[in-house]
Write a new protein. Structure first.
Length: 227
């Protein structure tokens, strides 16, 4: 078990509540965070499946509305969530999703905490996937200071808006340069590709994100049902 007293575990669960609870239960088998924070639209639906597995997992619940679309998730993530940085008592936040969480304890590296952000590299090598990631409270506060408008054009997709200077097919403002000018640090590709993989065959990383990798893990017998 990896003791991470400087890390809060974060999960957003407004759909697939049982799968999100499953992700927390799996994560709690590998890491011991300082705290667990869950944003959800339905505490009862979420806590019921989680309580059947780990009575020691007692998340702090924050009520939010159900997100109709992924665009709505992005808008909330960049325009509203950063203003909640005060709820985190730790320097780092580990963000997990129902299809993205740690799976290999021995792959942990303390250097994962040396940067303001680490997540899986995208196919072109740019580090920025936030489906399973670690971000500092300091960087969350930087994002809050940008006062990003609550519009789809300004916020979606959230990780592309934060960690790229632009991408074909997406309009509006991107925020990487602004974050770097404030001193934000992003893990290098060589370290990030040991931290996580997204929608590619699993290769021994600490964690993963995406349905393709999740299916690969099951097919390779790396995961067993928790719930």
């Amino acid at each position: 078990m990896i003791e991470l007293p400087q890390v809060t575990l974060l999960c957003i669960a407004t759909r697939d509540h049982s799968a999100a609870a499953n992700a927390i239960a799996r994560t709690c088998k590998i890491v011991t965070p300082y705290d667990i924070v869950v944003f959800t639209d339905d505490e009862r639906r979420f806590m019921r499946p989680l309580s059947t597995v780990y009575s020691t997992c007692t998340p702090e619940i924050f009520k939010i509305d159900k997100f109709p679309t992924w665009e709505d998730v992005s808008v909330w993530s960049l325009s509203s969530f950063p203003k909640s940085s005060y709820i985190f008592e730790t320097t780092h936040v580990m963000n997990i999703q129902w299809d993205g969480y740690p799976v290999k304890e021995s792959a942990w590296d303390d250097r994962f905490l040396d940067y303001d952000f680490i997540g899986a590299p995208w196919a072109d090598g740019v580090v920025g996937n936030n489906g399973f990631s670690i971000i500092t409270r300091r960087m969350i506060e930087m994002i809050a200071s940008l006062n990003i408008p609550a519009t789809v054009e300004a916020c979606h997709p959230a990780d592309i808006k934060l960690f790229r200077n632009g991408l074909e097919g997406y309009s509006g403002e991107f925020y990487l340069d602004a974050l770097l000018s404030m001193g934000a640090t992003i893990a290098p590709k060589s370290l990030a590709e040991r931290f996580s993989v997204e929608d590619q065959p699993y290769g021994g990383q600490f964690g993963f994100h995406g349905k393709i990798t999740l299916l690969d893990l099951f097919q390779k017998g790396k995961l067993n049902n928790v719930l």
